[in-house]
Design a protein around this ligand. Structure first.
Ligand code: PMP
Length: 360
C-alpha cells in the first residue's frame, strides 16, 4: 500500500506504516480540536496529555524505576555528548570513556573539552573490548559507552558491569529494541530518528541524584535540572516528534513490549547474518559474531568490491533502498530497526542470494 519500499536507512529511518497512517489521519484535525499537534500550544491540556502518555508508555515499556526522570529534549544525541560531562563532572575531574566506534569517539572528544578524559578501552570496529580489561580510573565521575555503534555494527549483548560507578550509555541506534535494566544506569540517551520516531527529539533517562549538578557557566539549555523542573517544557519542545514517538510507544506496548521486539529483532538479524555466512565468502560481515548488531548490519563483497555499487543499484530497482554503507567505511549497511518488517529482511536475503548466484 502507498507505494512504500523497504527502507534500510540508518536514520532518519523507517517508521511503522500504521503509525504514519495514524499521524496522517490526525494531521489536519487532532481529536476534534480543529488543529494538528503541530499547530497547538505546548502549554495546552491537549499537548500535555500527549507528552504525559508518551512518557507513561515509555516508562511501562522499559520498566523505568520511579527515581529516574524522562526528558524529551532537542539538539540530537550529539548535544548529550556535551550535556553529560557538563552535568556529571566538574572541570579537572576524570571521566572514563570506552571507544568502540565513530560515535563513542565523538562523545569522548567532546568530553575532553570539559574534563580529564581517560580512554578506558578501545575497540577495533570488529569486536568489543571485554569489560574485564577496561582500565577505569579509580576516581572517575562516570563511565560512558555506546551500546550499539551505528556505523560499525557492533553491539553490547549485556550491560557492562562497572560496579557502583555511574554508567552512561548512548543507545541512539538500539533504544527500545530490547529490554534494558534501567536501574544499572545513571543516564541513557537516544536520538529518536532511528528506532523510535522522527528526527528532532532526543530521549534522556536520568537517575535523580545526577540532576542539579550542572556547571554554573554552562548554557541554561544544557542543564538537566531546568528541563526536569519544567517537565521538558522549559522552552518549546519538539511537539510533533514527541507525538509520533508516543504513537510508536503505544504500538510497541500493544505488540507485547520489548521482549517481543527483541525476539523479532533476533529473528530478523539471524536471517540477514545467515545470508552473509552461507554465501561461501561472497559476502562478508566484518564483525565478530558474538557482538553483531541486531539493528545495523554492515557487509561487503570482499573479492569483488566493484560489485558493491551494482548491488546497491539493483537492490534499489527491486524496492530495497538506502543500503549504501556509511561514507566513512563504504560497502553496504542494512539497518533493520523495530519498524522493518520481517518480509523486508527476507526480501533482502533472497536478493542477496540471487545476486551472489549471478556474480560469484
Ligand atoms: N550516537 C549514535 C550511536 C548515532 O548513531 C548517532 C547518529 N547517527 C548519534 C549519536 C548522533 O545523533 P544526532 O544526529 O541525533 O546528534
Amino acid at each position: 500500500p502507498h507505494g512504500r519500499v523497504f527502507n534500510f536507512s540508518a536514520g532518519p529511518a523507517i517508521l511503522p506504516v500504521d503509525v504514519l497512517e495514524r499521524a496522517q489521519a490526525d494531521l489536519v484535525n487532532w481529536q476534534g480540536t480543529g488543529m494538528s499537534i503541530m499547530e497547538m500550544s505546548h502549554r495546552g491540556k491537549e499537548f500535555e496529555s500527549v507528552i504525559q502518555k508518551a512518557e507513561a508508555d515509555l516508562r511501562a515499556l522499559l520498566s523505568i524505576p520511579s527515581n529516574y526522570k524522562v526528558l524529551f529534549l532537542q539538539g540530537g544525541a550529539s548535544t548529550q555528548f556535551s550535556m553529560i560531562p557538563l552535568n556529571l563532572a566538574k572541570a579537572g575531574e576524570t571521566v572514563d570513556y570506552v571507544v568502540t566506534g565513530a560515535w563513542s569517539k565523538k562523545a569522548a572528544e567532546e568530553a575532553k573539552k570539559y574534563c580529564d578524559l581517560n580512554i578506558a578501552a578501545k575497540g577495533d570496529n570488529k569486536s568489543l573490548p571485554p569489560v574485564s580489561g577496561w582500565k577505569l580510573s579509580p576516581n572517575s565521575r562516570y563511565v560512558h559507552y555506546c551500546d550499539n555503534e551505528t556505523i560499525g555494527g557492533v553491539e553490547f549483548k549485556s550491560t557492562p558491569d562497572v560496579g557502583d560507578r555511574v554508567l552512561v550509555s548512548d543507545m541512539s541506534s538500539n533504544f527500545i529494541s530490547k529490554p534494558v535494566d534501567v536501574s544499572k544506569y545513571g543516564v541513557i540517551y537516544a536520538g529518536a530518528q532511528k528506532n523510535v520516531g522522527p528526527a528532532g527529539v532526543t530521549i534522556v533517562i536520568i537517575r535523580e541524584d545526577l540532576i542539579g549538578h550542572c556547571r554554573p557557566e554552562a548554557p541554561t539549555m544544557l542543564d538537566y535540572k531546568i528541563h526536569v523542573d519544567n517537565d521538558s517544557m522549559y522552552n518549546t519542545p519538539p511537539c510533533w516528534a514527541i507525538y509520533v514517538c508516543g504513537l510508536v510507544f503505544d504500538k510497541l506496548l500493544k505488540l507485547g513490549g520489548l521482549e517481543a521486539m527483541q525476539k523479532l529483532n533476533e529473528e530478523k538479524a539471524a536471517i540477514l547474518y545467515d545470508a552473509i555466512t552461507s554465501s561461501n565468502g561472497f559476502y562478508n560481515s566484518p564483525v565478530d559474531p558474538a557482538v553483531r548488531s541486531l539493528m545495523n548490519v554492515p557487509f561487503t563483497i570482499p573479492s569483488q568490491p566493484d560489485l558493491e555499487n551494482l548491488f546497491i543499484k539493483e537492490a534499489e530497482k527491486a524496492g530495497m533502498l538506502q543500503l549504501k554503507g556509511h561514507r566513512s567505511v563504504g560497502g553496504m549497511r542494512a539497518s533493520i530497526y523495530n519498524a522493518m518488517p520481517v518480509e523486508g529482511v527476507r526480501a533482502l536475503a533472497n536478493f542477496m542470494k540471487e545476486f551472489a548466484a549471478k556474480h560469484a
